[in-house]
Design a protein around this ligand. Structure first.
Ligand SMILES: NC(=O)c1ccc[n+]([C@@H]2O[C@H](COP(=O)([O-])OP(=O)(O)OC[C@H]3O[C@@H](n4cnc5c(N)ncnc54)[C@H](OP(=O)(O)O)[C@@H]3O)[C@@H](O)[C@H]2O)c1
Length: 303
């Protein structure tokens, strides 16, 4: 069974948690030398530890409340914490669907394999369910794909996928690949619905994941009368309405939250169904507003 069939069969999760990186410790700029020193000591001794514990507990809680898909990238640098959270959760490894991605830095430095093995080691895993590249770095991503295929052949990766690919990137991969991508991840939310690209991925039998699925709680959605009306109609929050819209579009939303209450709210979307008219109304919010970067026009070195 390929991944697309598995999604329809319910064998891969319909929603994922993307905890992202650890976050930021207190910044030093524009402070006196003494304050900077104090902050540095605080970050090293206390601040970082607090952030780490909070992160591990948040991922562990998410798993214990039912999330099974963890979306991670080596670019986030928190693999060890993910590994500790998985262990702490007590959920058997085979019940989880864990993704990692090749960072742009590893692509530039031709260290795809080395970085992957480090991530695997840090997470304490023997394999990942899905390996993607983070961005199709110009001039490099086809070589990256070939390296990823070797990792699959070595049994360290179950499925291969891409992130941030337009149609033309995929066509290039199809031209050289031994194994076709099975999953593609890109920015999708009601302000940027990406219908043609989703359609293309589906025609190619590639499962679609949405990143930034609630548009980072963008004010333009928070204030939208349509979503306020749907909140009342379905007795759900507008975030739940949006996540449900993704699921009914056949897309897997990867939502970031380290908050217990938000994680719970975001997972509670499987007991209602948006009707066709409301699905269309949400589609109609689209204003092609991209919040992240366009892979055809961005500086890969800062991503
Ligand atoms: N491949 C790529 O290039 C790429 C790029 C971006 C993102 N991603 C993936 O996608 C994941 C999510 O994307 P994202 O972080 O950009 O955007 P997002 O999930 O749309 O938004 C995350 C923000 O929404 C808040 N939030 C979550 N649930 C909420 C709720 N129920 N009510 C109110 N606020 C809520 C979170 O805060 P709290 O923590 O307070 O809940 C956080 O500030 C990432 O973590 C990553 O795994 C991939």
């Amino acid at each position: 069974m390929n991944l697309s069939e598995m999604l329809h069969d319910g064998a891969i999760p319909q929603i994922g948690i993307g905890p992202g990186g650890l976050g930021y410790t207190a910044k030093y700029s524009k402070k006196s030398k003494l304050v900077k020193l104090g902050l540095r000591v605080y970050n090293k001794l206390i601040g970082r530890k607090l952030l780490e514990n909070n992160y591990i507990n948040a991922v562990c809680n998410a798993l214990q409340m039912g999330y099974r898909l963890i979306d991670y990238s080596s670019a986030y640098g928190s693999g060890e914490l993910i590994g500790r959270a998985v262990k702490k959760s007590g959920i058997p490894r085979e019940e989880l669907f864990i993704t990692t991605r090749v960072s742009n830095k590893a692509q530039r430095n031709h260290q795809v394999r080395e970085e992957f093995l480090t991530s695997l080691h840090n997470m304490g895993l023997e394999y990942v369910d899905l390996l993607q590249f983070h961005w199709p770095v110009t001039g490099l991503y086809l070589d990256t794909w070939r390296e990823m295929e070797k990792l699959k052949e070595a049994g360290l990766v179950k499925h291969l996928g891409v992130a941030n690919c337009h149609q033309h990137h995929l066509e290039e991969i199809f031209r050289i690949c031994k194994y076709r991508p099975e999953v593609g991840q890109f920015e999708i939310h009601p302000l940027f619905t990406q219908k043609p690209l989703i359609q293309y991925y589906k025609e190619q039998d590639i499962v679609v994941e949405a990143y930034t699925p609630i548009a980072r709680y963008d004010d333009r959605l928070v204030r939208l009368p349509l979503l306020k009306r749907l909140e009342k109609k379905y007795n759900k929050t507008f975030v739940q309405i949006i996540l449900r819209w993704h699921v009914q579009c056949g897309v897997i939303p990867l939502v970031r939250s380290l908050s217990y209450n938000h994680q719970k709210e975001n997972f509670d979307i499987f007991d209602f169904e948006l009707d066709e008219e409301d699905m269309k109304a949400i589609d109609g919010i689209n204003i092609n507003s991209r919040l992240r970067y366009d892979p055809d026009n961005c500086d890969f070195s800062i991503l």
